[in-house]
Ligand binder design. Structure first.
Ligand SMILES: *[C@@H]1O[C@H](CO)[C@@H](O)[C@H](O)[C@H]1NC(C)=O
Ligand SMILES: *[C@@H]1O[C@H](CO)[C@@H](O)[C@H](O)[C@H]1NC(C)=O
Ligand SMILES: *[C@@H]1O[C@H](CO)[C@@H](O)[C@H](O)[C@H]1NC(C)=O
Ligand SMILES: *[C@@H]1O[C@H](CO)[C@@H](O)[C@H](O)[C@H]1NC(C)=O
Ligand SMILES: *[C@@H]1O[C@H](CO)[C@@H](O)[C@H](O)[C@H]1NC(C)=O
Ligand SMILES: *[C@@H]1O[C@H](CO)[C@@H](O)[C@H](O)[C@H]1NC(C)=O
Ligand SMILES: *[C@@H]1O[C@H](CO)[C@@H](O)[C@H](O)[C@H]1NC(C)=O
Ligand SMILES: *[C@@H]1O[C@H](CO)[C@@H](O)[C@H](O)[C@H]1NC(C)=O
Ligand SMILES: *[C@@H]1O[C@H](CO)[C@@H](O)[C@H](O)[C@H]1NC(C)=O
Ligand SMILES: *[C@@H]1O[C@H](CO)[C@@H](O)[C@H](O)[C@H]1NC(C)=O
Length: 535
């Protein structure tokens, strides 16, 4: 029961780096096999009770359609199944892909499917999943016993999907409307601002370019990448900045101007920053401006946003901001920031990004360690003004040890999200330090203990409760796409690793330049980078 060890430290009121992972099984092969067992269990529950719908509801062996009803979990699981070499599952997914009708959604396709499609979610999960499966099966996993025609169908179907979506970019500025009806090619009214104009969130417009450009590179049709690039330009050359590189997150679709000054590496903004460094790594010659913008954002973050909770000066986190006022607030979703800084440190040879990135990864490791369930919180607050409010007074002794509290009594749930283990994976790759594997293994054990329910895994209702406080009954597709992939990659022994891993540079800072032959999209789907692909 290794998971008890770090948590016991938290419950005993010990503080800081006072934990012990020595009780863990250190056999990496066994750890890796255990992650594969979890993946196969999750897949089998989905395939038995939910396929070809989007998500499994594991508690009562039911399903839901939250991602257009095109089998989101199947498409999202493909690249993980390939990397784990689970050929039977790969073939189940490949058989399914040609049957999807990407030109229809809503009633009449699958029960409960919404008519409106999110461009952002569809891009990162479906386009990302299809292209990654294609790259992996045409490249390092071409030895798997699969039907070649069905591998080709991944790219063909991706083109059908992108062609169905691309009218979203047909606006005054080229900034896309995120929520669209594809069957009649109209925009969803419910996202219209009352004055009759449209707005777009930073993450929505800034997390398309990697997928759409990669589709251009694989299909030979430049249009897709150009559409996404045009939208991204409003973030690369912003109308206003709060600090160099850091902007508000609300863009006018009519003018491209930024309408607010709220931001950070938090949800709604997050992956636009991630894609700055990833595009540069994808093609350093073509994407020099992305490097400059990432450097500006990272430097401003270090200059203005580094913060330490009053009770835990040993921890460092990036604040969010309201104008030039840093807010003592972050989120589980922002835990990816460690990975982006570490990737930046290796690609740009910047030791200060490595220091910051490892600190950020540790902030979230601490978060998971102190949550009694072993699952980190959705919200991290270290705002002592709010802590003094009566409704949070019951978390103040907890805050004394942990350095965070949840400043929303309706937000105790959480659990299947990948951002923290993503950063731990980058941290392990670049340091070679077993500590990060142990941190990730503690999460694997906690997830298997508190989130495994019925035919799959579910988010829990209360991360502050040791048993998780019950389940939300939803296994989102990113649990298979991201969480289990990063948990596998971080534990996998050398013989299971390969060119798809991010740069392994245990001496600290990497070699600089384009050393990663693969880049992971924000849904953890690896793409073969452009500059390494001879044309
Ligand atoms: C590690 O686990 C694997 C799989 O169970 C086993 O084959 C191997 O012998 C173990 N290695 C050691 C050093 O115990
Ligand atoms: C763009 O939208 C306009 C109407 O707003 C329409 O006339 C035009 O055909 C559309 N273009 C494309 C390429 O869909
Ligand atoms: C397009 O479809 C949506 C969803 O079915 C519907 O609400 C909307 O009115 C339709 N728009 C047009 C112009 O037909
Ligand atoms: C963006 O700003 C507009 C206008 O102020 C507002 O109506 C809308 O709710 C904002 N959207 C977001 C996502 O903040
Ligand atoms: C960007 O992050 C800030 C801080 O968390 C948040 O207030 C804002 O709503 C986010 N922007 C969008 C478009 O979601
Ligand atoms: C702390 O919370 C208060 C109340 O929500 C807010 O007004 C203030 O800006 C926050 N300060 C910081 C530094 O987060
Ligand atoms: C916010 O955090 C900073 C440390 O970065 C601290 O000095 C300040 O007192 C905190 N403010 C609040 C309201 O918690
Ligand atoms: C703290 O008390 C509030 C009521 O004021 C309650 O909603 C919340 O669940 C309690 N939090 C904890 C961690 O017990
Ligand atoms: C996960 O849970 C299953 C079922 O309880 C168990 O068989 C398996 O050994 C567990 N794996 C780990 C790593 O704890
Ligand atoms: C399964 O549980 C969910 C609530 O978690 C409920 O909405 C759904 O109707 C249930 N499905 C069946 C088939 O009972």
């Amino acid at each position: 029961m290794g998971w008890l060890i770090p948590i016991t430290a938290a419950l005993a009121g010990q503080k800081g780096k006072d934990y012990d992972y020595t009780g863990f099984d250190s056999n990496q092969t066994r750890r890796t096999e255990a992650v594969v067992e979890m993946f196969r269990f999750a897949w089998s529950g989905y395939y038995t009770y939910a396929f070809p719908n989007d998500d499994l509801q594991p508690v009562n062996n039911s399903f839901a359609n939250t991602r257009n009803g095109w089998g989101a979990t199947a498409i999202d699981a493909l690249s993980t199944a390939v990397i784990m070499q689970q050929t039977d599952i790969v073939n189940q997914i490949l058989d399914f892909v040609p049957t999807i009708d990407f030109t229809k959604t809503g009633e009449g396709t699958r029960p409960g499917a919404l008519a409106d499609v999110s461009l952002f979610e569809t891009t990162i999960r479906y386009i990302g999943g299809l292209l990654s499966g294609y790259d992996l099966l045409k490249g390092p996993f071409e030895h798997l016993d699969v039907d070649e025609d069905k591998v080709e169908a991944l790219l063909k179907q991706c083109i059908v999907l992108a062609d169905a979506l691309k009218f979203a970019f047909n606006t005054t500025t080229g900034i896309p409307i995120n929520n669209i009806f594809i069957h009649n090619q109209t925009f969803a009214q419910r996202y219209r601002i009352p004055d009759g104009t449209w707005s777009a969130g930073l993450a929505e417009l800034g997390t398309l370019v990697l997928e759409w450009q990669h589709l251009s590179d694989l299909s030979g049709n430049a249009e897709y990448g150009e559409l996404a690039q045009k939208a991204m330009n409003y973030f690369l050359k912003p109308s206003e900045e709060v600090w160099p590189g850091l902007t508000g997150g609300n863009f006018s679709v009519e003018t491209g101007k930024i309408l607010d000054a709220y931001g950070g590496w938090t949800s709604g903004n997050d992956s636009a920053y991630e894609y700055l460094i990833k595009m540069y790594a994808y093609d350093p010659e073509k994407y020099g401006l992305y490097k400059d913008r990432f450097t500006a954002a990272a430097d401003s973050t270090i200059a203005h946003l580094l913060s330490s909770p009053s009770s835990r000066p040993d921890l460092t986190v990036a604040s969010s901001f309201a104008g030039q006022a840093p807010q003592n607030y972050s989120e589980q979703l922002a835990c990816f920031i460690g990975g982006s800084f570490i990737l930046g440190s290796t690609v740009l040879s910047k030791p200060d990004y490595l220091t910051a990135g490892l600190d950020f990864a540790e902030f979230c490791a601490n978060g998971y360690r102190y949550a009694p369930s072993g699952i980190g919180p959705v919200i991290y607050s270290w705002n002592t003004t709010e802590l003094a409010w009566p409704q949070f007074a019951n978390q103040s002794s907890f805050y004394e040890n942990s350095g965070w509290f949840i400043d929303d009594n309706g937000a105790f749930g959480g659990g299947l999200t990948p951002e923290a283990v993503e950063s731990w994976y980058y941290a392990y790759q670049v340091t070679g330090n077993q500590y990060w594997r142990d941190v990730a293994w503690a999460l694997t054990l906690a997830q298997n203990r508190t989130e495994r329910v019925g035919s799959g895994f579910s988010s829990i209702r209360n991360v502050l409760s040791e048993d998780g406080g019950g389940w939300t009954n939803r296994m989102q597709s990113f649990f298979l796409a991201e969480v289990l992939k990063y948990q596998y990659l971080i534990q996998a022994p050398e013989e299971l690793k390969g060119e798809w891993d991010v740069e392994y540079a245990p001496d600290g800072v990497g070699q600089g330049g384009n050393v990663n032959p693969w880049i992971y999209n924000t849904e953890a789907h690896p793409f073969k980078v452009r500059a390494k692909t001879p044309v």
